[in-house]
Design a protein around this ligand. Structure first.
Ligand SMILES: C=C(O[C@@H]1C=C(C(=O)O)C=C[C@H]1O)C(=O)O
Length: 431
């Protein structure tokens, strides 16, 4: 494993995020670009592992990098007691570790004035990365900007099928089989040419200042995943403050005439209040399992998430005060997949999803974010978010994913409309 990093302190002509991204693409290296909620600075990581290691999401053990986990990560959850370490699929084929990990072989930090700091691991790959980066920059200035046309790919049965599945879920819940399930669907669109992921990322950053914005390129899968998620799963900052959020209940952030609604005046139905309370209760149950009582609970409050509003409750723990430094890792394993993306009870809801959804969720409704990154010279921090409001780019095609939390009071057509609104979060920016 490469550990030595060289700080490139004298940067005369400063490369942009696009330069880094395109260099990684040209060399076939995975890359992640992100911006934390309510921050302006952007961060980028390039990994020199052409095939990414699959790891257990252990925040104590992992080096600096970026983690991205699929929804179906329950085997990893079951492995809570295993010794936590990086496990490579190629070596241990029956490994439960499923989180893809981009080690920070290249790390760059962009402030409002452009590149402010970069490190590149000292290796042959590091050398070729630097060379390519310089070469690409010299060529790039001549590339003319292009305008994209986005067309929806027809899927005539999608609505009927989704509505039918919601009705089945409602029936099952009325018969007491489970209390909540989140059913998702996809929507596919075609671009006139392969879009520039960094340009889309920049647009998402501008439009959604309070969201976690990311673009993750995974060459071994031929995919780029982009998201603007409002949902924090687990954070542990440089001062040892742990945070998680329960988020559920959805309505448009706009009146029918297009004027923005005031969050303080949002009206929530009993169904939505209960749906969100189930997520909060799920989090509290996780705290109970580890006998942690010293958490601060704030909410529920109405939260703006781009074109939508949700009900959210924040949970905070000072891990230094409670002497629980590994809380982030422990809670991550207990929480994922939360009832905001799976259901209650979790295993029954998970089985229902597997049986009824016709698409593979892949990385949608998993989690993603920076791990052990020291962004402000304060110490390493990890910020993992639920991977929603996202799309998968494969060349010119994009697949958007959206789900809705169902209870026995759900109205199938309304749930379909909710998934349409959720798709609009990205669609309205990329179209
Ligand atoms: C599942 C999604 O979102 C989740 C489900 C919500 C709901 O059911 O109201 C609200 C916020 C998210 O926790 C999604 O966006 O795909």
């Amino acid at each position: 494993m490469q550990t030595e990093h060289v700080i490139n302190s004298v940067i005369t002509t400063r490369p942009s995020a696009i330069d880094f991204w395109e260099t990684a693409q040209t060399l076939g290296f995975p890359a992640a670009l992100w911006r934390l909620p309510n921050q302006r600075d952007k961060h980028l990581i390039v990994s020199f592992d052409e095939v990414l290691p699959r790891v257990s999401a252990d925040l104590e053990e992992l080096p600096a990098g970026f983690a991205i986990s699929p929804f179906d990560n329950l085997a990893t959850t079951a492995a809570t007691n295993q010794s936590a370490r990086m496990v490579f699929d190629q070596v241990e084929t029956d490994s439960p570790a499923r989180t893809l990990f981009l080690r920070a072989d290249v790390q760059a930090h962009f402030s409002a004035n452009g590149l402010s700091d970069m490190t590149v691991s000292s290796s042959a790959d590091g050398d070729s990365f630097r060379k390519r980066l310089a070469g690409l920059r010299n060529r790039r200035s001549n590339t003319p900007p292009t305008s994209l046309v986005v067309t929806a790919l027809p899927d005539p049965d999608a609505q009927t099928q989704y509505v039918r599945n919601v009705a089945k879920a409602v029936d099952a819940m009325r018969q007491g089989e489970f209390r909540k399930v989140v059913l998702s669907r996809t929507k596919r669109v075609q671009f006139s040419e392969a879009p520039n992921a960094v340009a889309l990322f920049d647009r998402l950053c501008e439009r959604y200042p309070t969201a976690f914005i990311s673009a993750v390129s995974i060459p071994e899968k031929g995919q780029i995943w982009m998201s603007a998620t409002p949902e924090r799963l687990v954070s542990q900052d440089a001062h040892g403050i742990f945070r998680t959020v329960s988020l559920a209940g959805t309505q448009s952030a706009f009146e029918p005439d297009g004027t923005p609604k005031r969050p303080s005046e949002a009206m929530w139905s009993q169904k939505e209040i209960e749906e969100q309370a189930l997520v909060s209760r799920y989090i509290i149950e996780c705290f109970k399992k580890i006998r942690l009582r010293e958490y601060l609970e704030e909410g529920p409050k109405t939260i703006i998430a781009g074109n939508l509003m949700h009900l959210g409750t924040q949970f905070t723990v000072d891990t230094h005060a409670v002497r629980y430094p590994q809380l982030g890792t422990v809670m991550l394993r207990l929480l994922h997949p939360t009832s905001a993306v799976c259901g209650v009870p979790r295993d029954t809801a998970f089985a229902f999803i597997n049986q009824h959804e016709t698409h593979d969720r892949e990385l949608y409704s998993g989690f993603l974010g920076p791990v052990n990154i020291d962004a402000n010279n304060e110490g390493p921090a990890s910020h993992l978010f639920v991977h929603i409001r996202c799309m998968k780019l494969e060349g010119k095609q994009a697949t958007l994913y959206a789900g809705a939390g169902l209870t026995e009071d759900s109205v199938p057509e309304r749930e379909w409309q909710e998934t349409e609104m959720k798709c609009q979060t990205l669609l309205s920016v990329i179209s």
